[in-house]
Design a protein around this ligand. Structure first.
Ligand code: DC
Length: 207
């Protein structure tokens, strides 16, 4: 596998776990774009800047020396600090869409992703449509909000109802950038196991 595989979809659609396993099976790194948006949100929260103020956010990101370390698992460093353990929290979940809406933040994330030489599997919302439109293999995973909330509730210190509420809110806020790329293969994973989704994608990559 020499090119780029993109796997997009809404939050908790399973795309991170699937992308990780597909990349491992192909022997290439995987890239989580969501992790970079989460890093931007964390830095903004820590600095106490107005999340709606792009002019205040961008210098903060540019000064942060953030790097994505691709691999079997992704890590995000800011200078010497590993931000990864702080990125999947309810606090970051709640504000990340607000930060990800700014065009300047999106360009900043996309520039970090484009620093990585292919081949790789890139996972996010707009990898196939906006960031790597030249990718020869594009997938888009969906699942019902209830299934996604059940999956996410296992990873968060919140109950199912609260997770579902947050998830529906984030779906609404992320809607503009969460669309299948033209030509992407779309798969509803609601009734599928992780292994079945991975096998389905690997099967299509062999075609
Ligand atoms: O995939 P995730 O839930 O970790 O993504 C975190 C947030 O980042 C999500 O609310 C939407 C945003 N995001 C985005 O706008 N574009 C991407 N390519 C990836 C994530």
């Amino acid at each position: 596998m020499r090119g780029i595989v993109t796997i997009d979809g809404p939050s908790a659609s399973g795309k991170s776990s699937v992308a990780q396993r597909v990349a491992k099976a192909l022997g290439v790194p995987y890239l989580s774009s969501g992790l970079l948006y989460r890093a931007a949100a964390l830095l903004a929260l820590r600095a106490g800047v107005d999340l709606g103020d792009e002019e205040a956010l961008l210098p903060l990101l540019q000064a942060s020396r953030v790097r994505l370390l691709p691999g079997e698992e992704n890590r995000v460093l800011a200078g010497e600090e590993d931000l990864t353990p702080h990125l999947h929290t309810p606090e970051v979940d709640r504000v990340v869409s607000q930060v990800a809406r700014h065009p300047g933040v999106r360009s900043w994330v996309n520039a970090r992703l484009k620093e990585v030489p292919p081949p790789f599997v890139a996972e996010g919302r707009d990898m196939g449509r906006a960031v790597f439109p030249e990718a020869p293999h594009k997938f888009y995973l969906t699942a019902s909000p209830e299934v996604r909330a059940r999956r996410r509730a296992k990873e968060r210190p919140q109950d199912y109802e609260e997770v579902l509420r947050d998830l529906l809110r984030r779906d609404r806020l992320d809607q503009a950038q969460t669309q299948p790329a033209p030509g992407a293969l779309v798969l509803d994973t609601s009734a599928m196991t992780l292994e079945e989704v991975v096998a389905w994608i690997l099967g299509h990559l062999q075609d």
